[in-house]
Design a protein around this ligand. Structure first.
Ligand code: FMN
Length: 296
């Protein structure tokens, strides 16, 4: 998740997940400009040995640039490369990238072909159901993906127009999983281990991808974890400091995590969100009562 699953956040998740570590995917990296390995992309492409086999996700709409970017992330050690055909953000989708690729399936096919030809590691695709409810195209996307040698398809069960509203349509995900010759990973609204296991059993997916729930409950991958909210947030802070975050940058990310963790304690949540600086946040956090939290 862009702006969320950077190296410090993934290190936190790993630390809290014990032996139940998930497979990690990078934030999406833009292959939109002529130079791919910008400082921002190099930073976002970093991963730890413990995260291997690590997947790096790319977005763009130009086949040559995506093929070249795929080769470059393979050289950086990615164990697989994923193309994003799901991002609904206007600055991405309107340019024909992310979910914009669902409006131009011939270009999607061309991109996958070029990426496939340039790398040796597996090529993955992540998509939504379609642009809107009148143009569901995930069936065609599956056909194209299989035809172009994609080795795994992750389906987020919403359309681009839905954004994050409503519920993911797991019936469609199940239909795709039943038809597919390649592994299908289901995505959307999985917020507990129980739901993950139910999805695998009831919809025939090979696995599930978990996004937002990792912010609401960073222990989600480890059902027997000992939950220590205070300690986890302090750990996240330390991990960001070790990674060279400026205090104000870290403050933004701490608020992002705590706003979710504290959703059951509205007064405390507001206090945290109103903190003006990093020191004020840490002072408030030190005075927190663990009972302020109710994890989903
Ligand atoms: C802040 C944010 C950033 C995201 N960035 C990405 C991204 O870079 N690549 C991607 O494939 N999906 C991205 N997503 C979508 C999630 O990966 C996921 O598909 C979606 O949130 C539905 O799954 P969930 O209900 O488990 O969150 C993002 C979602 C959010 C909320």
């Amino acid at each position: 998740m862009s702006g969320v699953t950077d190296l410090p956040f993934r290190r936190l998740i790993r630390a809290l997940s014990g032996d139940c570590s998930p497979l990690f995917v990078s934030e999406f990296l833009s292959a939109g400009s002529s130079v791919f390995l910008t400082p921002a992309n190099l930073k976002a492409a970093r991963f730890d040995k413990e995260e291997e086999p690590f997947c790096i996700q790319l977005f763009g709409h130009n086949a040559e640039r995506l093929a070249s970017a795929a080769l470059q992330v393979q050289e950086l050690g990615a164990a697989s490369v994923e193309l994003n055909a799901g991002c609904p953000a206007p600055k991405v989708a309107k340019k024909g990238s992310g979910a914009g690729l669902l409006k131009d399936l011939p270009n999607l096919a061309k991109i996958l072909r070029a990426m496939k030809a340039s790398i040796k590691v597996p090529l993955f695709l992540k998509c939504r159901l379609g642009w809107d409810e009148n143009s569901i195209c995930v069936n065609e996307v599956l056909e194209i993906a299989e035809g172009e040698g994609v080795e795994q398809l992750t389906v987020h069960g919403r359309t681009k127009e839905q954004g994050y509203k409503g519920l993911a349509n797991w019936n469609i995900i199940g239909e795709i999983a039943a038809k597919a010759k390649i592994p299908v990973i289901g995505n959307g609204d999985i917020n507990s281990m129980e739901k993950a296991l139910n999805a695998i059993e009831n919809y025939g997916v090979k696995g599930v991808a978990i996004g937002r729930a990792a912010l609401h409950n960073p222990w989600i991958f480890n059902p027997s974890a000992k939950i220590d909210v205070r300690g986890a947030v302090l750990r996240f802070n330390e991990l960001m400091m070790q990674d060279g975050f400026r205090p104000m940058q870290a403050l933004g990310r701490l608020k992002q995590l705590c706003a979710r963790l504290c959703s059951g304690a509205p007064d405390f949540r507001l206090k945290i969100l109103r903190c003006q600086n990093h020191d004020e946040f840490l002072d408030n956090w030190a005075n927190l009562s663990e009972s302020a939290f109710s994890l989903p």
